[in-house]
Design a protein around this ligand. Sequence first.
Ligand SMILES: Cc1cc2nc3c(=O)[nH]c(=O)nc-3n(C[C@H](O)[C@H](O)[C@H](O)COP(=O)(O)OP(=O)(O)OC[C@H]3O[C@@H](n4cnc5c(N)ncnc54)[C@H](O)[C@@H]3O)c2cc1C
Length: 272
Amino acid sequence: MPVTVKTFTSTNEAAAALSSDRSARYLGGGTLVMRALNEGDISISTVVRASDHALTRIDTGGSRITLGAGVTYARILADRDLGFLHAPARSIGGPAVRNMGTVGGNLFAPNPYGDFTVAMLALDAVVSVQGGLGSREVPIEEFLQSRDRQAGTLVLAISFAKPGNAEAFRYRKIARIKPKGGAVITLAAYLPVNGSRIVGARVALGSMAPTPIRARAAERALEGRSLDASTIDAAAAAAVEGTSPSDSAIASAWYRREIVSVHLKRLLSGQE
Ligand SMILES: Cc1cc2nc3c(=O)[nH]c(=O)nc-3n(C[C@H](O)[C@H](O)[C@H](O)COP(=O)(O)OP(=O)(O)OC[C@H]3O[C@@H](n4cnc5c(N)ncnc54)[C@H](O)[C@@H]3O)c2cc1C
């Protein structure tokens, strides 16, 4: 089936083209879209692109970091200011995927993908989207909860507060094919400390639900406490609460539920 490619210089025009055609898909790095087209996905009849440079901009200058939706993992890995994001960027695919794949596309990547989005969720990012009716900012958790309804909106950028202390951010991906396979599970945590107490704990999990989710019960176990052995045990024990993993070729739902507390404990303990 023929596919029409529409390239626009402005994000306004690209967003309008996306919102007016249900069979149109935005083309980021194309690592998933092109695979779908090559496999004969006939639900896509138009591919939309935008060449606006704002989509590939990285801004680390202020108190917030902004990543244009078209920023690739290779760009993140080349940026010293984004050192704390190198672990999630490095954990994605091989060099070809990291050269093409974008942070915007990762927001839509189904399980076992979406590793970078798990990191963004732990950092409580905000997603800037542009639809037919204009642009708005959506908290990432809300964005993910309504992801199926986001088809037809253009993601412009993802932004988040710069971590005061890069060590407060932690990331861990469990894969059967080391180091780059699809995830059994993915974990990220942001644990800012005030004095010796954690204030504003955020824990995010990938492949434990249809989209990346916050581990709220684990966060409650961490909040206001120091990161000692009993706090870590309590958070790890609560990790599985609220999750709904699926069986897949990579791992069963049962296995994912079994290991999530083990790996949260390792993440919080700073173990490799
Ligand atoms: C071999 C291989 C290995 C992979 N390994 C991993 C991995 O380890 N971890 C992982 O997380 N992912 C992995 N992926 C999946 C994928 O490469 C990444 O998730 C990547 O970030 C997707 O980004 P993209 O720009 O290539 O998306 P695209 O293929 O361009 O798009 C994917 C979806 O997102 C939508 N989209 C993209 N950008 C925008 C935007 N700005 N606005 C609105 N919609 C948009 C597209 O319309 C499409 O629906 C792998 C893929 C392959 C082929």
